[in-house]
Design a protein around this ligand. Structure first.
Ligand code: ZN
Length: 290
């Protein structure tokens, strides 16, 4: 699943290609049509396909922001602003191309689901092999409950205090620290991979209960999580979980991992331990993490 660094790279890739463009047409794949007809909210959430199409055609794309793992497209037409809030699910990707074939990767060509025609003649295409991604049209961010529940961006002032305050809540005390840091109400954008890396960098065993963490350890952990997210952004995200940026490329971050997906610890060389925590494969080192 793309995490914050990967989504940030998608945003940065889209920004110069589509800001200022006007949406002139919208096409959905057969899977989206049949899914909606069957009552499944396939990718386009909470709105009929025809309404989605009518409401966005003629809109200019004014901005593309990111909040945690969500992309937020700001659209403007004569009636005002609207937002498309998009999540990449497990395997979603955006491309800006002249023709579908220009995507160049068969899986993403075959699994295109939403095509926005742009005034320049280019197409903004959303592809998603597993179809867990979503696009949701709202007037205001406040209408998107899933965004409102997210902790502040981890790089913002105050995010560390927010993190320690959340960990202080009763509901987390008996939970393992790794489960807490993968929850976006505690820290935003940090999924399984960066949680493993951050815990390793902070020297904290992922099985530790939140109630057994000292205030210093909590702050150390927050800084380590932020550092691994920043490193992920610097190295273009990772290539894990079929992530692709707008150019169809994956990142290099996986070569920097000290613990995730490794056989031996990148710090001490001992064998990496594996466990499932909150349903996710967790990699850690019992020597380096206490
Ligand atoms: Zn180690």
């Amino acid at each position: 699943m793309p995490e914050l660094p990967e989504v940030e790279h998608v945003r940065r890739g889209l920004e110069p290609k589509v800001i200022g463009e006007v949406i002139t047409g919208v096409t959905f794949s057969d899977k989206v049509h049949s899914g909606k007809e069957a009552g499944k909210e396939t990718i386009i959430k909470g709105i009929a396909l025809q309404s989605f199409r009518e409401q966005i055609i003629g809109s200019a794309i004014r901005a593309i922001d990111r909040r945690s793992k969500y992309l937020i497209f700001t659209l403007e037409n004569e009636f005002g602003e609207q937002l498309i809030i998009s999540h990449l699910g497990m395997s979603g990707a955006y491309f800006v191309v002249d023709t579908l074939d220009d995507i160049g990767i068969p899986n993403y060509i075959n699994h295109w689901h939403v095509e926005l025609e742009l005034q320049s003649g280019k197409k903004l295409i959303y592809s998603d092999i597993r179809r867990f991604g979503e696009m949701r049209l709202v007037r205001r961010l406040e209408e998107a409950a899933q965004i409102m529940a997210i902790a502040p961006e981890p790089f913002e002032a105050g995010a560390e205090d927010y993190f320690t305050a959340q960990l202080g809540l009763k509901k987390w005390q008996q939970k393992k620290i790794k489960e807490a840091v993968m929850n976006h109400s505690v820290i935003s954008g940090c999924g399984n991979i960066y949680a493993c890396e951050g815990l390793h960098a902070a020297g904290i065993n992922p099985h530790r209960l939140v109630q057994d963490m000292t205030p210093d350890e909590e702050r150390q952990l927050f800084k380590a999580l932020v550092a691994s997210l920043e490193e992920g952004i610097r190295f273009g995200g990772s290539s894990i979980s079929s992530y692709r940026n707008v150019e169809g490329k994956s990142g290099q971050m996986q070569t920097r991992f000290k613990i995730y997906g490794r056989q031996t610890c990148g710090t001490c060389g001992r064998e990496v331990e594996k466990a499932v925590i909150a349903g996710r494969n967790t990699h850690y080192c019992t020597h380096c993490q206490k």
